[in-house]
Ligand binder design. Structure first.
Ligand code: Q9C
Ligand code: ZN
Length: 650
């Protein structure tokens, strides 16, 4: 199942016919620049191209009044003076004789995309459209938007496809107040928008763009506004907003479809947004959304006025929809204080409506955890104790030393409590899978008794071959199965090999194998991995991913031991999400008695396929929540991506 790209050249027709400095940035080149770049990068060719159709008036009527549709229809025959006069009746709007046609194509493109995804023609897609839609209201054009493309697509998904839960993620830098108004009392549409707000001093200057607008009636809690009160928000701020706010709610909501109001005026260089997030960030945001709704993600273009930044960001989004790994993020992964203030304020405002926000950070971090440590006292920080006795005992002294380094190359973070190898390789190297048993493998194996048997040696050879391929950039991700008796030694060799490969490497090692000795240091974290969906997700979103995004590893090693205790969908979700911070370089190490189904599901997510939905949300147990809160509290000073509130109370 592929990715659709919906477009029609006619949408370049509408343009500003008079002088208006506010409106001149919304120009035809926005579409041609994006499309040219998609072609140059070979991305357009990889998509299923769909030509946009015009939406019918009945479809427009799903959200707009008949009078308003007539008003726009009649602009087709107006002269320039009349168009300008009519445009003046709205805020930041220009009409052109082609506006009605273009705006109907934009809506039609959104509808075709939703239909293609919901009928299983494609997995996901992007609608390259103008005019944009998210400011448009039932009876008003606004902010360059004529018809509300995304809102009509959501109404259509409900009406024609019977969907009951649709998530709209509006990452445009402006508040999509049009979408908010249209769904504010509707609990079947969860609307999330972040936007430049500056305490109300930025367009559209609305009180209802602030964090305390949460919807009304049945829709209470289904409007989520994240106002940015400063410009300059960057990659760390956007990723933190997703991990600590949007994703907990989104998993709890469990959408059947994700619609993205994909405006790129929130990217670096944009004159409207004045933000700092790089185009790669949109690859990460896309990837983070693809774990929802079984990967059914439909992105529709909204704003984005810096042509280079827009084009590159569109490419990043489409490339990620196609399943490619997201490029690493640049810059320090440290959210700014203003971003944390905003995130914390929305979390507090929304907490009454969402279980996933409760029990987390609503009380001060306890000084003594009740359940975490077997001895009933907190494990000592920087104890340097082994993460896992079997696998890590030999490494622990080495790790202790590494902990002293300012940029330690190993982060064996988060020791959370197949028959032959399945390789995820580009087609041209798949054939060589058995070729790696050589002298070097034997040399690595020699110190380990458990690696003496042929079977273990063969697995090690394959692992080393894969590891080299990943670190050289020829292989994106991989999976290896080892005999259980050789697992610990194989893991150790993998880490040492990874560290000794070329320049300094950072490896994030997740060792998931059941009960562990409690251990906690800046670079060793051990915690039970909760099995309830809520506890599992808070552990992944609140601990594992922030650590991983903060650490920015060159490689993630996920070792699933015999007692890993994870259900297939949980393991798939974790593996899939770990591709993000590692540029896709995830190596899964399975012990051979793992089920073939698990190997299959992991192979698919490592390939870029969406993990299956986890299904209905079940809340974390108080013990799991407490243990997590304690760990986060201990690690927050060093790992800034764990923070989701400013540190004034510290
Ligand atoms: N300098 C979209 O991005 N002008 N619309 C704001 C502040 C209106 C933006 C002026 C911006 C409309 C879809
Ligand atoms: Zn915008």
């Amino acid at each position: 199942m592929g990715t659709a790209l919906v477009y029609h050249e006619d949408m370049t027709a509408t343009r500003l016919l008079w002088d208006d400095p506010e409106c001149e940035i919304e120009r035809p080149e926005r579409l041609t620049a994006a499309l040219d770049r998609l072609r140059k990068c070979g991305l357009e060719q990889r998509c299923l191209r769909l030509s946009a159709r015009e939406a019918s008036e009945e479809e427009l009527g799903l959200v707009h009044s008949p009078e308003y549709v007539s008003l726009v229809r009649e602009t087709q025959v107006l002269g320039k003076e009349e168009l300008q006069a009519l445009s003046g009746q709205f805020d930041a709007i220009y009409f052109h004789p082609s506006t009605f046609h273009c705006a109907r194509l934009a809506v039609g493109a959104a509808l075709q995309l939703v239909d293609a995804v919901l009928t299983g023609v494609v997995q996901n897609g992007f609608a390259l459209v103008r005019p944009p839609g998210h400011h448009s209201q039932r009876a008003a054009a606004n902010g360059f938007c004529v018809f509300n493309n995304v809102a009509i697509a959501a109404a259509h998904a409900k009406q024609k496809h019977g969907l009951q839960r649709i998530l709209i993620v509006d990452w445009d830098v402006h508040h999509g107040q049009g979408i908010q108004y249209l769904f504010e009392d509707d609990p079947s549409v969860l609307y999330f928008s972040w936007h430049r707000y500056e305490h109300g001093r930025f367009w559209p200057f609305l009180r209802e763009s602030d964090a305390d607008a949460v919807g009304r009636g049945q829709g209470l809690g289904f409007t989520v506004n994240l106002p940015w009160n400063q410009v300059g928000m960057g990659n760390a701020d956007y990723v933190a907003a997703f991990l600590h706010l949007l994703l907990p709610l989104a998993f709890e909501f469990d959408p059947e479809l994700v619609l993205v109001s994909a405006g790129f005026d929130s990217a670096i260089g944009d004159p409207e947004g004045q933000m700092q997030a790089t185009p790669e960030c949109f690859a990460h945001l896309t990837q983070l959304l693809q774990v929802l709704a079984g990967g059914r993600v439909c992105a529709m273009l909204e704003g984005g006025y810096h042509l280079e930044s827009l084009a590159e960001s569109v490419c990043m989004t489409v490339q990620t929809l196609l399943g490619d790994p997201a490029p690493p993020l640049s810059g320090p992964m440290v959210p700014c204080q203003s971003a944390l203030e905003s995130i914390q304020s929305v979390r507090a405002t929304q907490a009454p409506y969402w279980k996933s926000l409760q029990l987390q950070d609503v009380t001060p971090v306890p000084t003594s955890p009740s359940t975490h440590s077997p001895e009933g006292r907190p494990p000592p920080l920087l104890s340097g104790g082994p993460v896992c006795k079997t696998a890590a005992s030999v490494l622990s002294s080495q790790l202790d030393q590494l902990c002293l380094h300012p940029a330690p190359p190993v982060c064996p973070a988060v020791a959370l409590t197949a028959p032959d190898i399945t390789l995820v390789l580009p087609p041209d190297v798949t054939q060589q899978e058995g070729a790696a048993l050589n002298e070097e493998t034997e040399a690595w194996a020699r110190p380990h008794e458990s690696l003496a048997q042929d079977e273990a040696l063969t697995a090690l050879g394959k692992l080393l071959y894969l590891l080299d391929g990943m670190l050289d950039g020829q292989v994106s991700s991989g999976m290896v199965a080892t005999p259980p008796s050789a697992a610990a030694a194989t893991l150790e060799v993998a880490i040492q090999r990874g560290l000794s490969h070329g320049a300094q490497r950072r490896i994030l090692w997740l060792n998931i194998r059941g009960k562990e000795a409690a251990a906690l240091s800046m670079f060793q974290v051990s915690t039970p991995l909760p099995v309830l969906t809520g506890g599992f997700l808070s552990c992944i979103l609140g601990l594992v991913l922030p650590l991983a995004y903060g650490f920015q590893p060159d490689l993630v090693l996920v070792a699933l031991g015999p007692a890993h205790g994870l259900q297939g969908p949980h393991a798939a979700l974790l593996t899939s999400m770990l591709r993000g911070p590692a540029g896709g370089r995830v190596l899964a190490l399975l012990e051979e008695d793992s089920t073939p189904q698990l190997a299959g599901i992991l192979a698919r997510v490592l390939h870029g396929e969406a993990p299956p939905s986890l299904g209905p949300y079940s809340v974390a147990s108080p013990e799991d929540a407490q243990a997590l809160m304690y760990l986060r509290g201990q690690l927050k000073p060093q790992w800034k991506m764990l923070q989701c509130r400013p540190h004034l109370e510290a």
